[in-house]
Design a protein. Structure first.
Ligand code: PMP
Length: 368
């Protein structure tokens, strides 16, 4: 039996004074009212290993720290809040969107908290993990073919439009053609990077899909310091880089590729091409291998486009874009858990010809 010794008189006296103090103090539980209060203010983290051998300092802004595990929480919340303020969103409304997964997850999460219904049209290129996650968050999901033209009635753009037209009291988020997509990143991500780096940022490297992230960040940063370089990342199989250089939509650029959320087969108005200094294109293979390397060496479990973004950093470095004084912020858009059946599956990597298991680095083999 454990006995407590009887406190001495002085101890009892301090005890009583202390108890009185506590009773007189107003106690409060420190808690967030909902996950929505945790959107934004993501950290920037120095990249120590993957940047070895490159001139400059490299920092990742890790968007997986958002409650919905991606940068898309920012635009989803901003667009829904704006619609509520304008009186467009009424109680019990339905939120409709085309999404490669991340925006859908953010919309579904916000719909739960705010009491809306959520219907999503998703490309069949999206990983099964992403589709299952959307359903787990209560969204209704239509899976549409990625291989058809944007104006084909089966495309996820057309399906979302139709659902919106046929559903009373619904709004269509339309992230590819919504200026609020840029605003969301202008007001939050861009401002955060400026403040977190104390204005010392010299370059940002950002993946371009809808273009909201790169345009919002670029616009804010260039207003503070016009010499900051805004460097884009595009995919082979996408039209964005060519359009940026020629202002022409070249259909010949389009072919299927694996990276989800990067590049596009149309020109989104949510991209402000004038803000972007340059694009590089990255391959499916190098981006996948890079994402795995970031996870293993930095302890940051990142998604496919984070690999694409750092692969682009390497290519920009090879072009001589950075020097010893460069402070480069690279956006890591989402979390690795969304790609377990793809880039983090050795089988999938082998099927794509991305991983040669015979010649795999000995240090990576697991002994049982
Ligand atoms: N990475 C991922 C995983 C995405 O889902 C997206 C969005 N399509 C992007 C990058 C690109 O961001 P943005 O749409 O703002 O250009």
């Amino acid at each position: 039996m454990i006995c407590q010794s009887v406190p001495k008189f002085r101890d009892r006296l301090t005890d009583t004074i202390f108890k009185d103090m506590i009773l007189n103090m107003k106690k409060e539980i420190t808690a967030y009212n909902s996950v929505l209060e945790l959107v934004g203010n993501t950290p920037i983290i120095k990249l120590n290993k993957v940047s070895e051998g490159l001139k400059g300092n490299f920092y990742a802004k890790v968007e997986a720290f958002n409650p919905g595990h991606s940068a898309k929480d920012r635009i989803a919340l901003h667009i829904i809040n704006s619609a509520e303020e304008k009186g467009i969103l009424k109680p019990g409304a339905t939120i409709v969107e085309t999404t490669s997964g991340n925006t859908g997850f953010s919309l579904a999460m916000i719909s739960i908290i705010k009491g809306y219904k959520c219907i999503l049209a998703v490309s069949d290129k999206s990983s099964q993990d992403k589709i299952d996650m959307l359903k787990s968050m209560g969204a209704k999901v239509y899976v549409c073919p990625a291989s058809v033209a944007a104006d084909d009635p089966r495309s996820y753009y057309e399906v979302a439009k139709r659902v919106h037209e046929e559903t009373p009291n619904s709004i269509y988020i339309n992230q590819y053609f919504n200026e609020l997509n840029i605003d969301a990143h202008y007001c939050s991500t861009g401002k955060e990077i400026w403040e977190q780096t104390d204005g010392l940022v010299t370059h940002v490297v950002v993946c371009s899909g809808t273009g909201g992230t790169i345009s919002g960040i670029g616009r804010y940063l260039k207003e503070q310091n016009p010499t900051i370089k805004v460097l884009g990342v595009d995919a082979f199989g996408s039209v964005l880089k060519k359009y940026h250089e020629t202002k022409e939509f070249d259909e010949k650029e389009i072919f299927p590729y694996k990276i989800e959320g990067l590049g596009k087969n149309l020109i989104p108005t949510a991209t402000d091409f004038d803000i972007i200094d340059q694009y590089v294109k990255v391959t499916d293979k190098e981006s996948a291998i890079m994402a795995r390397e970031i996870s293993r060496t930095e302890g940051l479990f990142v998604g496919y486009t984070s690999g694409a973004a750092f692969q682009a950093v390497k290519q920009y470095a090879e072009q001589g874009e950075f020097d010893e004084n460069s402070n480069v912020v690279v956006i890591f858009p989402d979390h690795g858990s969304r790609y377990m059946s793809k880039i983090y599956s050795d089988e999938w990597m082998q099927e794509q010809g991305f991983l040669d298991i015979e010649n795999i680095d000995e240090s990576l083999k697991i002994e049982i």
